[in-house]
Design a protein around this ligand. Structure first.
Ligand code: HEC
Ligand code: HEC
Ligand code: HEC
Ligand code: HEC
Ligand code: HEC
Ligand code: HEC
Ligand code: HEC
Ligand code: HEC
Length: 351
């Protein structure tokens, strides 16, 4: 009888000191997620990632906060690919621009709950690997859904909306992850390649531009971007046409799994024309607005807000919608930019 009593009591004491048994009471949801993960099933423990320095309720500050350096011990290839792609620049992108510096100074409470959520969740300490396969489930299936990208690629960078409203998105909404229709990860992280990088990038400019008129327009775009920033972040555009073409060819290889290559090439070239148009309207707006500023009809602050609120996101959304096959989005943004151009030409500066 006595023996039977002692064994469970000792067992209980040992259990109490372990991470799981205490956290099962503290945060049952977290532990349940972990138990479903492949890593848990392979025998990894909480302390593999958090260390074993924290063991009591009152010393939790001793627990390590894992980042990419924790994961790369065992997932070297994903970490290497991640570092070669744009997601590794999330934190730098946030700290290089003047706009960002101003916001951190003037309204840190806003910066912390906006810019920082998207940029640091991904980029802090070189990279947070739980942005798409969230802790502690760490599921690759979850990361393959467009919803894994949604919290960041939305609204001002409307890739989610444009994908969602495309034929590809419609099939995904009907069928789910059957593989018949591509999701974000199919096109941007094909075969689990963690390097994300596109030809045009977010800003829709490249260093070598064979089309002379478009080259001029791109200069104008970079000029207005510097009014906002300078916000051209590291690796924001491809340095040579050859590099631009390499990335494009990789994308066409992916399209060709399901479509004729020539069909997709034609579709992407139509979208390149939209980049050209978007940049040239934005350049026209910038030239006109600068003249108004020089003649004293528009002040520095109005110029800033014109670019920030009426041109910046709309210019990029125009071609983002084209590349992701969202026709109504293309028309809507184009009409908006044309309206802004008409207004500045008529000197309607109070918009
Ligand atoms: C006796 C209970 C207990 C044990 C044992 C325990 N923890 Fe904790 N842990 C806590 C409490 C309490 C907190 C703070 C929770 C809160 O603020 O709600 C915490 C917080 C944490 C945090 C978050 C720290 C942060 O940065 O905020 C991590 C990570 C963590 N524990 C991991 C572990 C690991 C790994 C082990 C085993 C090596 C472990 N815990 C063992 C009770 C425990
Ligand atoms: C494969 C690595 C890994 C393992 C194993 C792991 N965690 Fe975590 N944990 C993370 C990551 C990544 C974060 C997020 C860190 C950050 O963003 O600062 C985190 C954050 C936390 C946090 C604080 C954030 C929150 O949501 O409350 C707690 C508490 C925590 N882990 C507890 C545990 C416990 C308990 C276990 C074991 C059941 C465990 N972790 C196992 C990777 C891991
Ligand atoms: C000590 C080695 C180790 C560390 C550290 C580690 N992992 Fe793992 N990871 C594994 C093993 C082992 C597997 C299981 C592989 C399998 O089942 O084939 C795995 C699997 C995974 C999977 C795939 C899960 C699935 O369902 O197929 C993901 C995602 C993952 N890890 C993410 C992470 C992240 C993120 C971190 C850092 C926060 C991390 N791992 C840290 C060893 C590790
Ligand atoms: C909803 C999430 C989110 C918020 C909030 C956010 N960003 Fe971003 N940011 C992104 C995404 C996603 C991209 C990349 C979009 C793309 O490539 O189409 C990006 C791109 C950038 C870039 C360009 C990087 C490059 O090289 O292409 C800069 C600079 C930037 N953001 C700064 C900021 C600043 C400053 C703030 C706050 C005023 C902010 N962001 C708020 C998600 C966000
Ligand atoms: C932008 C989203 C995203 C981020 C950030 C991300 N992953 Fe992944 N990860 C994915 C996707 C999508 C898959 C599934 C790929 C597939 O199976 O096609 C995946 C799969 C994995 C797998 C399973 C691989 C396999 O063959 O089963 C591991 C391991 C992994 N990721 C580790 C990491 C590590 C380590 C990091 C940080 C360096 C990281 N991931 C950051 C999206 C992401
Ligand atoms: C059918 C393939 C495909 C799917 C699905 C897809 N994209 Fe794209 N994406 C593209 C192409 C093509 C471009 C333009 C590449 C270039 O610059 O030439 C692009 C561009 C981008 C860019 C760079 C800036 C820009 O022009 O938009 C980001 C960021 C992006 N996509 C994110 C996403 C996200 C997030 C999803 C899911 C919500 C998604 N994409 C779905 C093919 C796809
Ligand atoms: C936590 C927020 C976050 C999540 C989740 C996220 N991203 Fe991003 N992504 C960003 C930010 C911020 C950038 C811009 C980084 C920079 O340029 O500095 C970016 C950049 C990109 C780019 C590079 C575009 C270019 O400039 O060439 C692609 C492609 C991309 N993301 C695809 C994805 C896909 C696909 C997913 C989901 C599987 C995803 N992202 C999930 C925040 C996120
Ligand atoms: C995983 C398979 C898959 C991949 C990869 C894929 N698509 Fe599709 N796509 C489809 C399917 C299925 C449809 C629906 C066909 C229909 O409309 O009958 C479709 C429809 C389309 C449509 C609209 C329908 C039409 O006939 O005009 C366009 C445009 C398109 N895809 C372009 C692309 C481009 C460009 C790429 C690469 C950047 C790409 N797709 C990658 C499967 C794919």
């Amino acid at each position: 009888m006595i023996l039977i009593l002692i064994i469970p009591v000792q067992g209980l004491c040992a259990e109490n000191n372990s991470c799981v048994s205490c956290h099962e009471k503290q945060n049952p949801g977290l532990v349940a997620d972990w138990k479903k993960s492949a890593m848990s099933k392979k025998g990894l423990q909480c302390d593999t990632c958090h260390g074993d320095a924290h063991t009591k309720s009152d010393d939790s500050a001793m627990a390590k906060r894992p980042s990419i350096s924790t994961c790369e011990r065992c997932h070297e290839s994903q970490a290497k690919q991640f570092k070669e792609g744009k997601h590794a620049f999330c934190e730098v992108a946030l700290t290089t621009g003047n706009m960002s510096k101003k916001l951190w100074k003037k309204a840190p409470e806003i910066a912390r709950k906006s810019c920082a959520v998207c940029h640091l969740t991904m980029g802090e300490n070189g990279g947070q690997c739980d942005a798409c396969h969230t802790r502690h489930r760490f599921s690759p299936e979850e990361a393959k859904t467009p919803e894994a990208c949604l919290p960041c690629h939305v609204d001002n960078h409307p890739q989610y909306e444009s994908y969602y409203n495309s034929k590809h998105g419609a099939i995904y909404r009907t069928e789910g992850l059957t593989g018949r229709s591509p999701t974000c990860a199919t096109c941007h992280m094909n075969n689990g390649n963690h390097k994300v990088l596109t030809s045009w990038g977010f800003f829709g400019v490249r260093k070598e531009e064979p089309d002379e008129r478009h080259a001029e327009c791109q200069k104008g775009v970079i000029d207005y971007l510097s009014t906002l920033g300078p916000i051209l972040a590291p690796n924001s555009h491809r340095a040579t046409l050859a590099e631009w073409q390499d990335v494009r060819n990789d994308m066409l290889d992916i399209c060709s799994n399901c479509h004729a290559r020539s069909f997709c090439q034609a579709e992407l070239e139509k979208s390149d024309e939209v980049v050209n148009e978007a940049n040239c309207i934005a350049n026209d707006i910038a030239i006109t607005a600068r003249k108004l500023q020089e003649s004293g009809e528009m002040n520095e602050e109005d110029l800033f807000w014109l670019f920030r609120n009426e041109v910046h996101a709309q210019r990029m959304s125009l071609y983002i919608n084209a590349f992701h096959q969202y026709p109504e989005g293309v028309l809507k943004e184009w009409l908006h930019l044309k309206q802004v151009l008409r207004d500045v030409r008529r000197k309607k500066v109070d918009r």
